[in-house]
Design a binder for this molecule. Structure first.
Ligand code: ZN
Length: 366
């Protein structure tokens, strides 16, 4: 069995890689690609994100008659990701439980570097391959959002950034709106003249009680996640700030749910003589890959050739896939086997690292 991908992964995970500080991982990737004889460049997305690293883009030329395939993984991990020490046993590579492991998404990075090595050694051949390593995915898909795809002529893309058995593809993910609502009432002394105040906390509660929150239907959810406000228990609460979000795989439903929530807030605030300030951000748009899409056909074929069970899933979160898709390249998110991510229990099966790197080699060769 080819040990390169495991070595690659072990060398990568010991590098500190918080969002906006992906320098060490980027330098490793750039050196590795250079060693393999490939030119790669780093873009200037850091000028927008405020980090110290840009996205890395590498084109590996292949047979011009074959499909041009793009692979993408992100270089950053969630905290705590400094001082990672991988623990290896027979089946898994695990975190030391003091930090996360970093398989999200360095398993994707390692697999893509293994693909580059296999292409350099002519162990596999195919069409043009684009390798994209993004920054600051974990803090809002910032690298992908600021990635210039105009020079990237890929037919379709695979984002290596999800979990589950190898052979699992997320073929859709929802659109996402996040919002902040500020309700302002009037402060007054709670004991001496409470009737002169308007309690923003009470008004917010009245509004929230009228809303449908949680799962709206099988493709739509909404949540109020943070509520802050008030200054002291003897002051009528003057201001409440609420952070929330809505998600749906259906754009129309997303807007409907969002507008319903805001109408309830607005009406309740008006009835109670408060003021309201609403701000919202469209975090990303949904994507949907159909059975006819070449990216999915190739993926299923590669799974069959490796005797892996092929599984399609509808994702509930956002990833760089949403951004790449919205920029016009059909993309799906495929599992690298990463498990228990965003926790100090994070782990990955050694065998899954082999499988995912073999799987993408087969995709290229088809
Ligand atoms: Zn990830």
């Amino acid at each position: 069995m080819n040990k390169r991908v495991v070595n690659e992964f072990l060398q990568l995970v010991v590098l500190d890689n918080p969002s906006k500080d992906e320098r060490k991982v980027a330098d490793y990737i750039l050196a590795r690609l250079k060693e393999l004889g490939y030119g790669a460049y780093e873009d200037q997305a850091y000028l927008v994100t405020g980090g110290n690293t840009g996205n890395i883009i590498c084109k590996i030329e292949g047979n011009p008659d074959k499909d041009k395939v793009m692979f993408l993984s992100h270089m950053d991990s969630v905290m705590p990701c400094n001082g990672k020490v991988p623990v290896i046993n027979d089946i898994y590579i695990e975190s030391s439980k003091n930090t996360i492991l970093g398989s999200d998404d360095l398993s994707g990075v390692a697999s893509m570097l293994e693909l580059a090595a296999a292409l350099a050694n002519k162990e596999v051949t195919g069409g043009d391959v684009y390798l994209i390593f993004t920054i600051s995915e974990e803090i809002g898909l910032l690298g992908a959002k600021n990635l210039d795809l105009s020079k990237i002529n890929a037919d379709y893309a695979y984002v290596l950034d999800s979990g589950g058995d190898i052979g699992t593809a997320s073929i859709s993910a929802p659109s996402h709106i996040s919002f902040t609502v500020k309700i302002r009432g009037k402060a007054a002394h709670a004991g001496m003249e409470p009737e002169k105040g308007i309690n923003a906390m009470v008004v917010a509660s009245k509004a929230i009680a009228k809303m449908q929150i949680g799962r709206i239907d099988e493709e739509t959810t909404c949540n109020l996640g943070v509520i802050k406000g008030g200054n002291a228990k003897n002051i009528v609460c003057e201001e409440i700030i609420i952070d929330g979000e809505c998600r749906s795989r259906n754009e129309e439903k997303l807007n409907l749910v969002y507008n319903d929530i805001m109408t309830v807030f607005q009406d309740t605030v008006n009835e109670n003589h408060c003021t309201i300030d609403i701000s919202s951000t469209k975090e990303y748009s949904s994507f949907l890959i159909s059975d006819e899409d070449e990216a999915l056909i190739k993926f299923e074929k590669a799974c069959q050739l490796m005797n892996l069970p092929f599984k399609k899933e509808h994702g509930g979160g956002g990833s760089d896939t949403n951004i790449i898709y919205s920029k016009g390249i059909k993309a799906l998110n495929i599992s690298t086997g990463m498990d228990k991510v965003h926790s100090v229990e994070e782990r990955i099966k050694i065998d899954d690292l082999f499988k995912i790197s073999e799987l993408i080699k087969i995709i290229v060769s088809l």
